[in-house]
Write a protein that binds this ligand. Structure first.
Ligand code: ADP
Ligand code: ZN
Length: 233
């Protein structure tokens, strides 16, 4: 895994986003980077969304493989700003997709102020749409690492979160965040990801793709042949 932290030390700040589907190893990677920052004797503060209390509980970032570091649970981005000590050099945030859009301004301000900001979060919700502030964070990040899990159906790289309700694919219309619900999640690839919907727009777009277009410009290997440029160029 690329480690931009190797270049840390000149005091300039930046934002590193670690993203991907559930079970892709985001927490493992965040923990790894936090540990390496501690080995480098950086002053580190670790936060996580208070919505996530799975595995080791509210005050720990833990990975599915059991490793962990201590973390402070927060409910909003502003709460992070209120708790960051001016001498802190590295700020790590896990489950950032659960935080409000306020976190975008906070991580930008911390990085502008010279801190190294590590933010780990799921990029897409169970529908395959951008999750909370993640789309924006991915756009403003200085580095992005998108991790993949393994599709539990076919073994391909998994990029999607499959929500199951009573063992069946959950409908599109369900809430994005369902704390304490009876749903379960699986990592799946695009092909195996299922989101039943009462809306028909996906089907009609597919119909459009299957219709023969009037004037298709389709590039093939032959398009690579050198061509004479028009005289006036
Ligand atoms: P994330 O924070 O992205 O949810 P974690 O760091 O908590 O991921 O857990 C990653 C670990 O989960 C992997 O190292 C592996 O041991 C385990 N795991 C369980 N299911 C899967 C899966 N379908 N694909 C890949 N890893 C999985
Ligand atoms: Zn699959």
């Amino acid at each position: 895994m690329r480690d931009i932290a190797l270049y840390h030390g000149d005091g300039r700040g930046w934002i590193e986003v670690i993203t991907g589907v559930m079970f892709s190893g985001k927490s493992e990677e965040l923990i790894r980077r936090v540990r390496r920052a501690l080995i480098a004797r950086r002053r580190v503060q670790v936060f996580k969304s208070s919505l996530d209390d799975r595995y080791a509980g509210l005050r720990t970032i833990s990975s599915h493989d059991g490793s962990g570091v201590e973390a402070v649970p927060v409910r909003s981005g502003v709460e992070i700003a209120e708790r960051v000590h001016p001498d802190t050099q590295v700020v790590a945030i896990d489950e950032v997709q659960f935080l409000d859009d306020g976190v975008i301004e906070v991580v930008s301000a911390l990085a502008d102020g010279g801190m190294r900001v590590l933010a780990a979060g799921i990029d897409m919700d169970f529908r395959g749409e951008p999750f909370g502030p993640m789309g924006h964070l991915l756009a403003i990040a200085d580095t992005v690492d998108k991790l993949y899990a393994i599709c539990v159906h076919c073994g391909s790289p998994a990029t999607r979160n499959q929500r199951l309700l009573n063992g069946q694919p959950a409908p599109y219309e369900g809430p994005t965040i369902q704390v304490g619900g009876h749903e379960a999640y699986e990592a799946r690839c695009r092909r195996c990801h299922e989101v039943p919907s009462a809306h028909r727009y996906q089907t009609s777009l597919l119909d459009l793709l299957q219709a023969t277009p009037a004037d298709p410009v389709v590039l093939t290997h032959e398009s690579l042949q050198p061509r004479r440029l028009p005289e006036h160029v």
